[in-house]
Ligand binder design. Structure first.
Ligand SMILES: Nc1ncnc2c1ncn2[C@@H]1O[C@H](COP(=O)(O)OP(=O)(O)OP(=O)(O)O)[C@@H](O)[C@H]1O
Ligand SMILES: [Mg+2]
Length: 261
């Protein structure tokens, strides 16, 4: 599938894993199960919801996993790496909705095209990395959602910046149906989740998992995926069959850059 065809679609399960980590499984963390419930009710009620929290805690993976299950064919994703203008946002929507032809030149015409497309059939719009959206962009999405003819649910996913903008604008805040902050996993959850996440941790000593979490991962899923990636490489290089403290300590040395002067 070409990039243009992929635009706006949910990623494949494998692409949701940090650096496509070999052998990794998606685990039903408490956060993921709650995201699924919140998305289910957003779909049922055609609402806007917000899933937020710090980097690497599993927001995008939880939202994508839930939508692959609940609404794979009607989900359209937009995602930003830098601060978009409303013009960029209109274009992103045009491509994510896979509308035919070329994007209209004039904003009025553009709005008409987007609104009529969003009125044709019910869709779920995911705005990932929503901390990049300005107040004007959020307002534009609210305008599309508010339109009595359009038929959509919106899932905003992003860092704490996204939470702040939405909370600071009563027009937006009051329209968000549910808020969910993704917190770091507590140690007792880490001890059940990590052995199910990857075969190298399946038979690992719980003390070793606790040690890695206390010293390096701190309940952050991306940190766990990164450690696992390094551990796998070391095991291959050193021809080891199992994880142990020595390997773990060796892995730490790769995780941190130079200490601040
Ligand atoms: N439930 C899960 N099961 C398995 N792996 C997970 C899970 N949640 C997160 N991960 C791992 O952690 C990585 C980071 O998760 P994700 O990209 O969802 O974080 P994020 O909160 O969206 O971060 P950012 O704010 O930087 O976008 C994933 O790529 C995956 O490797
Ligand atoms: Mg993300």
């Amino acid at each position: 599938m070409s990039t243009a065809q992929r635009k706006g679609r949910l990623p494949a399960e494998r692409d949701d894993h940090y650096m496509r980590l070999d052998g990794a499984h998606i685990v039903g963390t408490k956060a993921l199960l709650r995201v699924k419930e919140n998305i289910r009710s957003a779909i049922d009620t055609k609402a806007m919801i917000c899933v937020y929290g710090e980097a690497g805690r599993g927001k995008s993976l939880a939202v994508n996993t839930s939508l692959r299950l609940l609404a794979p064919t009607i989900t359209h994703r937009i995602q930003f790496r830098a601060r978009p203008s409303t013009r960029d946002l209109r274009h992103e929507l045009f491509y994510a909705l896979r509308l035919p032809g070329t994007p209209p030149e004039r904003p009025i015409e553009f709005d008409r095209v987007l609104r009529s497309a969003l009125a044709r059939t019910f869709r779920v719009l995911v705005c990932d990395e929503a901390q990049w959206l300005s107040k004007q962009c959020f307002e534009y999405l609210r305008y599309l959602w508010d339109d009595t003819d359009t038929d959509l649910a919106i899932v905003f996913t992003g860092g704490n910046g996204c939470y702040r903008v939405l909370q600071n604008e009563p027009m937006l805040e009051s329209r968000i149906y549910a808020w969910q902050e993704i917190e770091p996993m507590p140690t007792d959850e880490v001890l059940t989740v990590i052995p199910a996440f990857h075969p190298i941790w399946e038979a690992a000593d719980p003390d070793l998992i606790t040690l890695a979490d206390t010293e390096a991962a701190h309940g952050n899923f991306r940190a766990w995926a990164r450690i696992t990636h390094h551990m796998l490489a070391s095991m291959k290089e050193l021809r080891r069959e199992a994880v142990d403290e020595e390997l773990l300590r060796w892995t730490y040395s790769k995780l941190k850059g130079r200490s601040p002067a």
